[in-house]
Design a protein around this ligand. Structure first.
Ligand SMILES: Cc1cc2nc3c(=O)[nH]c(=O)nc-3n(C[C@H](O)[C@H](O)[C@H](O)COP(=O)(O)OP(=O)(O)OC[C@H]3O[C@@H](n4cnc5c(N)ncnc54)[C@H](O)[C@@H]3O)c2cc1C
Length: 575
């Protein structure tokens, strides 16, 4: 079954010491309150969420007589999640939520996601859909839908994908015919819809992208609709079927407990929906949900990597080969150090990004930085979540390949985060084309200035090797940027597009190294006079930074060379 242990010390360091989330006075939380919430949440996850991970994966979701049945163990945990107030954490007070700093909410969500990623898809998507309805919905939706979603009686989904419209969402064909009074008849097929149907909720609120009559082609002609599984009467009570039919569920490599559904809207009888947000601005409105979901994808990688690392650390301390514990063998130790540096680096990035949401309330300029970091969190953390999970399996040897220790499930469950919410290839294009070139490189350049200041502040005596390396990487970043801007000026877009993934990796590794750098510098300052236990922890933070630089950041030099030396348009090469 594996083993659950949260690295609470590292979470507290990030929240209380590095980001100081207790300083967001609007939440009225002291340092100890933050620690208390994390400890309480972790206890809940250990006792109620983690025990469902393996059995729900084993049983999986079933499609019986048109109904989608989720594993029995998920009913109890879903109920307790809402009843104990964990779903409300981080949501606005005026809808019954418990506002907390965003980084605290994300740290909690990470614990649940590591412990059973597939299950968190149900409340996770419901939360994202709820946010759209609450922000953009009309009075009726806010009065009758939001409270039911808060209680956990109704769930939520996002319906973009169609058989011919995957990455190319603009190709979707679902239609919406006006019926008057803001109501529309929705018709079409959506595929791969997570939580599209389940017996966990008595109603599902689908957010569906479709085209109204005369809409132009592509994403500009798309509008967003709220489509309930069961109709909602004018007094908010449940009406009859709204003719949303789950025609099949997918059988997948991982996240077996998450229902992935094909949904038919308006096939035999009429399905009704309401327009939400403005007509033809569907993508914009859906992006409220998609941005949240993209950060959550990154968190799926971060969360599972961190728990997989904890399992591998425990196992390698107990398993002996050649007369000693395998953690003492250099190659195993190197593997663990790399895993820890990467997992904690991803945690630092995800929590830093979450904290920017609170900063943005005071300083709207932070929005551009959030946009820049979103594809980094999504793509890099999902990819590395998979890599760390695979390394954790390897550290378990043959036992890791078998199901007993629960570590192979991470490998199966993490892969999907690289695919959904815009594949990592699409994220890389978004990162370079929209977040850098369209912005004229302003946000990236401001971020680079912050990195340069951090690197220049490094103590030569303690961090000479890292300072030199980071300095070289920053220089090579400038020349890669010049090269890419040059391609843009000459309209050589294929040369940009073939390098986006490498450039995203390059930028991600700089950002993570920078977050670990700040952590190492703060830890170094705190060493003097700390307790033996804290000393050990702070030293581990310095090690994480050094290991990340020597094992990952250093590869940026070869990534830069890969980009600069290969200048042929790959689409002209035969396959
Ligand atoms: C388990 C699961 C759950 C999902 N949940 C949801 C959900 O809740 N709601 C929803 O709407 N969808 C959902 N999806 C769909 C998911 O978002 C899509 O699968 C994804 O966007 C990719 O689309 P596709 O599968 O059609 O792949 P394609 O678009 O066919 O892509 C195939 C490959 O080609 C690459 N590619 C395509 N176009 C380009 C390009 N222009 N440049 C470079 N590379 C390109 C992609 O990166 C990818 O590697 C889910 C999918 C799965 C498997």
């Amino acid at each position: 079954m594996g083993y659950y242990k949260a690295d609470l010390r590292d979470i507290e360091f990030n929240l209380n010491e590095l980001l100081k989330v207790q300083d967001w006075k609007e939440f009225g939380l002291e340092e100890n309150d933050v620690k208390g919430i994390i400890a309480e949440y972790s206890k809940y996850v250990e006792n109620e969420v983690f025990p469902t991970r393996e059995p729900s994966d084993h049983v999986g979701v079933r499609h019986v007589a048109g109904k989608v049945i989720v594993p029995e163990v998920l009913h109890g945990v879903t109920r307790s999640f809402y009843d104990n107030g964990w779903f409300a954490l981080g949501l606005p007070a005026d809808i019954g939520g418990t506002p907390v700093p965003e980084a605290l909410y994300v740290a909690c969500m990470s614990l649940a996601t590591g412990a059973n990623c597939a299950w968190t898809m149900y409340p996770g998507l419901s939360r994202a859909a709820l946010n759209v309805v609450n922000l953009k919905g009309d009075e009726f939706m806010r009065t009758h839908i939001v409270p039911r979603m808060m209680e956990g009686k109704w769930g939520g989904t996002m319906c973009l994908t169609e058989p011919n419209a995957g990455s190319d969402v603009g190709a979707l064909r679902s239609t919406a015919q006006p019926l008057g009074s803001g109501r529309y008849a929705i018709k079409g097929t959506k595929i791969f819809i997570s939580s599209g149907e389940s017996d966990l909720y008595e109603n599902n609120i689908h957010l569906v992208l479709a085209r109204t009559p005369g809409a132009e082609a592509g994403t500009k002609g798309i509008s967003l609709f709220v489509v309930p599984r069961f109709k909602i009467n004018s007094d908010g009570t449940l009406g009859g079927s709204n003719n949303v039919v789950c025609s099949k569920i997918e059988h997948k490599m991982g996240i077996h407990a998450s229902a992935t559904c094909e949904l038919q809207f308006g096939q035999d009888s009429q399905t009704e929906g309401w327009l939400i947000g403005e007509e033809f601005h569907g993508m914009e409105t859906m992006f409220i949900m998609m941005n949240e979901a993209r950060l959550y994808c990154g968190l799926q990688g971060e969360a599972q990597a961190n728990l997989a690392y904890m399992m591998a650390e425990k196992y390698t301390r107990e398993r002996a080969q050649f007369g000693k514990e395998i953690i003492l063998h250099p190659d195993v130790r190197r593997n663990l150090l790399r895993m820890r540096a990467m997992s904690r680096g991803m945690r630092a990035l995800c929590l830093y990004t979450a904290n920017l949401f609170n900063k943005a309330h005071h300083d709207p300029k932070q929005e551009a930085l959030i946009s820049l970091l979103t594809p980094i969190c999504k793509a890099y953390c999902s990819e590395q979540g998979f890599n760390v999970s695979s390394a954790a399996l390897q550290a378990h040897g043959g036992y890791g390949y078998c199901t007993e220790y629960g570590v192979e499930q991470f490998v199966r469950d993490t892969q999907i985060a690289m695919i959904y919410e815009g594949t990592n290839g699409i994220q890389a294009i978004d990162f370079v084309m929209r977040k850098i070139l369209k912005d004229g490189g302003k946000t990236l350049s401001a971020l680079s200035q912050e990195m340069i200041a951090s690197v220049q502040g490094l103590d030569d005596a303690k961090f000479k090797r890292e300072k030199d390396l980071f300095g070289k990487v920053l220089l090579s970043a400038q020349s890669v940027m010049q090269q890419i801007s040059g391609y843009a000026k000459n309209n050589q877009y294929n040369l940009i597009l073939q390098n986006c993934t490498d450039f995203l990796t390059f930028a991600s590794q700089m950002v993570i190294a920078w977050r670990l750098l700040d952590s190492a510098v703060l830890s170094d300052q705190k060493l003097a006079g700390s307790t033996p236990e804290d000393r050990k922890y702070y030293e581990s933070k310095i090690t994480d930074f050094k290991v990340y630089c020597s094992q990952y950041l250093i590869h940026n030099l070869s990534i830069a060379k890969t980009i600069s030396d290969f200048t042929e348009d790959m689409t002209t090469l035969e396959i």
